[in-house]
Design a protein around this ligand. Structure first.
Ligand SMILES: [Zn+2]
Ligand SMILES: [Zn+2]
Length: 380
């Protein structure tokens, strides 16, 4: 007998093993890839039964189908083309596997965990016509053999879009429930959020419904007061939809959510990291404490290309600029200010008396208040 046959017979004499584990453990000795068929062949050759309880895996391979049918049920209503899976297995499986490997000096073969996941992945691929990939799969299946459970997480979907806000008194962001501070209570239906309409809520609901996700996280390109309108081409935003069930749904370019209008909607591969610089065109109606004259307003001309310093921010992030400024007297104590400026300038503080410099109230020597701030355009 050749030396590898001697080795194989030694293993099989000492241990009862299943076809899968034999195929795996002897594959390297024979220079073949591990398979159930290879195991079957050698069990037969050495006159061993393939029904005995496997020392390494306790015949776990025969019980994969019940675990798989549970997984298939969960996969049934999900859109996916690719998946990956991970196993949680009792350590004793790996310990027994290692023991045999070290006893017979078997090196360079896949371990029992790898063997099980390869077998499961093969069956999942075949049944669902999908492919197992390691990098960025549509979904990840976690199989826990300790308690015989499985969980499935799907890859988030990223969406870019813009919104136009056509009514006043609609806040941008959702606020935590005042009764429970986000924990969840009867007042907020255990959502942890104030039960008021917001732009965030409207966009989130729309995207949750569309992709059947759990939750939406929005990355805003700037923000506005609840009383401000957003006109022109709208304010851009990036949304991340967590755990979507239906990733293949068609997303139309625009969608009318009544008080807000979504446009330029599209799925994107990744959300940009960090904050995105942008410029906005803003129109502000300002009320002054004392009467205002056009000659006073001319003092504002020095604001062309002025840098704005906000002492509440660090130096780097307060380096924002105004590019253009126009003004028009509207009444005895009011005027309109049109700005084209970097996004993120604290507009109210720039107009009211504050530490922000330069400052409109200071320049005019007249206390100013914003009556209305509307966004005419936002450019990324
Ligand atoms: Zn086995
Ligand atoms: Zn609450």
């Amino acid at each position: 007998m050749k030396s590898e046959s001697v080795e194989i017979s030694r293993i099989l004499k000492n241990y009862d093993l299943c076809e899968y584990c034999v195929g795996r453990l002897i594959s390297k000795l024979l220079g073949k890839s591990p398979s159930k068929l290879l195991g079957k062949k050698y069990l037969k050759k050495f006159g061993k039964s393939s029904n005995a309880k496997c020392y390494v895996c306790k015949n776990i391979f025969e019980n994969l189908d019940s675990m798989l049918s549970n997984i298939f049920e969960k996969l049934n209503n999900l859109d996916f083309k690719t998946f990956n899976l991970g196993l949680i297995l009792k350590n004793s499986f790996l310990e027994r596997d290692d023991l045999i490997k070290s006893k017979f000096k078997i090196k360079g073969i896949e371990n029992i965990k790898f063997g099980i996941s390869t077998e499961m992945a093969k069956k999942i691929s075949r049944t669902t016509k999908s492919k197992r990939i390691m990098n960025d799969p549509d979904l990840f299946i976690q199989v826990n053999f300790k308690d015989e459970s499985s969980t499935i997480r799907t890859k988030p979907i990223f969406v870019y879009g813009r919104y136009n806000k056509k009514i006043r008194k609609l806040p941008q962001k959702q606020m935590l429930c005042k009764s429970c501070n986000g924990v969840g209570c009867h007042n907020c239906n255990f959502k942890g959020l104030e039960n008021i309409e917001t732009i965030e809520g409207k966009i989130s609901n729309f995207l949750i419904k569309k992709f059947e996700g759990n939750q939406v996280k929005i990355n805003w390109i700037g923000g506005e007061d609840q009383s401000s309108l957003v006109l022109g081409n709208g304010r851009p935003f990036f949304a991340k939809i967590l755990n979507p069930k239906k990733r293949n749904r068609i997303l139309r370019k625009s969608s009318n959510l009544e008080s807000i209008l979504l446009s330029e909607l599209k799925k994107i591969l990744l959300q940009p990291k960090g904050s995105i610089p942008f410029k906005s065109k803003v129109s502000i109606i300002i009320d002054t404490e004392k009467p205002i004259l056009v000659t006073h307003l001319k003092k504002l001309d020095i604001l062309h290309n002025a840098k704005i310093y906000d002492p509440s921010k660090d130096k780097k992030s307060s380096n924002k600029q105004i590019y253009q400024i126009h003004y028009k007297k509207l009444g005895k104590t009011s005027f309109r200010l049109d700005l084209f400026a970097d996004g993120g300038i604290p507009i109210k503080l720039f107009i009211q008396t504050s530490d922000v410099t330069p400052n409109i109230s200071q320049l005019l020597g007249n206390n100013c208040q914003c009556r209305k701030i509307d966004f005419k355009n936002i450019i990324v």
